[in-house]
Design a protein around this ligand. Sequence first.
Ligand code: HEM
Length: 114
Amino acid sequence: QDAAKGEALFKQCQTCHRADKNMVGPALAGVVGRKAGTAPGFSYSPLNHAAGEAGLVWSQENVVEYLADPNAFLKKFLTDKGQADKATGSTKMTFKLANEQQRKDVAAYLATLK
Ligand code: HEM
């Protein structure tokens, strides 16, 4: 993975995200290593919030999976934790990144945002 390439790819994320402030999406500085659904002051969907409560902590690896299909990722996480009852509704993140190399690069860049 290449964080420099990821920085260029992050432009697509900036439609909704900034590192240091909430916009349409939550602030992403420090997201790698952070419990899901916990950017201060951001109003998350019940689905994203529930995944964090069920133990989801963002890592470079799981962000790579998440970006392929955020809804599917969060629902699978909850279902695997025995919380299929909470795997309902949709995430507010409607964006997907199909290209796996691009997902790896952007996740590597996120890990540099402290
Ligand atoms: C949530 C990353 C593009 C809107 C998230 C989260 C991550 C993330 C890691 C979970 C945050 C948390 O649990 O604290 C990215 C990356 C993107 C991207 C790396 C680009 C590759 C976008 C775009 C939009 C968007 C383009 C808007 C069209 C949102 C929203 C949430 C979110 C609204 C909150 C989801 C919820 O509450 O269900 N994003 N995102 N994101 N993102 Fe993105």
